[in-house]
Ligand binder design. Structure first.
Ligand code: FMN
Length: 209
């Protein structure tokens, strides 16, 4: 089901000459930073704000319009299931894991007020779009969410780890063939912020043919 983008057309045309919008966009992009989940607190985004985050994701580029990703929210009353998967996945990898390490693995499921799993859909699709392009689309969707969360004054950060490849996690989330758990998106109110990091200069990543 696709939302009609016509509503935004007029604003888009105006945006071409809107320097203020450019400044806002630059500020938003340049001031976003990854907020670790341990530095997030309640309150979480409201239901309406959560919807805005998802609408932002839906505006990501999508070659072939195949919707090559999805997000799964993990509500508070299901966090214990995820905690158990984190703990078991750690023991699968390291049977000698200490009780402290297992407790930390469990605790990670509880940190973010809003927690979403980002899933790439890399299986067969019509039209056939390369998996790399689908991953780009997911990356854009995630970045749209991060920026929208930042615009709402929430903190947001990504977490990954080896548990994402665990069959236990794939079973918990009901991932089907071709679906890949990529990372978690954590959103909440910032309790602590780090100093801004130095960004690469254009000269570091741009060359000319
Ligand atoms: C796919 C992906 C997974 C990530 N996983 C983690 C993670 O597990 N733990 C973490 O601290 N940061 C994680 N990050 C966030 C990066 O560490 C962070 O973006 C990087 O340090 C740059 O900082 P900035 O986002 O504030 O510019 C992840 C980022 C991406 C794109």
């Amino acid at each position: 089901m696709r939302k009609n983008a016509d509503d935004g057309k007029e604003r888009c045309a105006a945006a071409v000459v809107d320097e203020e919008l450019c400044e806002i966009a630059a500020t938003l992009i340049q001031t976003r930073q990854n907020i670790p989940a341990r530095h997030l607190r309640e309150p979480a985004p409201s239901a309406q704000q959560r919807q805005q985050l998802l609408d932002a994701a839906a505006a990501a580029p999508d070659h072939g319009l195949i919707n090559p990703w999805r997000f799964i929210v993990i509500p508070q009353d299901k966090r214990a299931l995820l905690a158990e998967v984190f703990a078991q996945a750690l023991v699968d990898r390291d049977p000698d894991a200490t009780p402290e390490q297992i407790a930390t693995a469990r605790e990670k499921a509880q940190r973010a007020p809003l927690l979403l799993l980002a899933v790439a859909r890399l299986g067969p699709a019509e039209p056939a779009i390369r998996p790399l392009e689908r991953m780009v689309s997911l990356g854009c969707a995630i970045q749209n969410m991060l920026l929208m969360a930042h615009a709402m004054s929430f903190g947001a950060g990504l977490t990954s780890g080896q548990a994402l490849d665990s069959p236990r996690l794939q079973a918990l989330f009901g991932l089907s063939e071709g679906e890949q758990a990529v990372c978690f998106v954590n959103v909440g109110t910032v309790s602590k912020r780090k100093s801004p990091r130095a960004r690469p200069l254009a000269g570091d990543f741009l060359s000319s043919l």
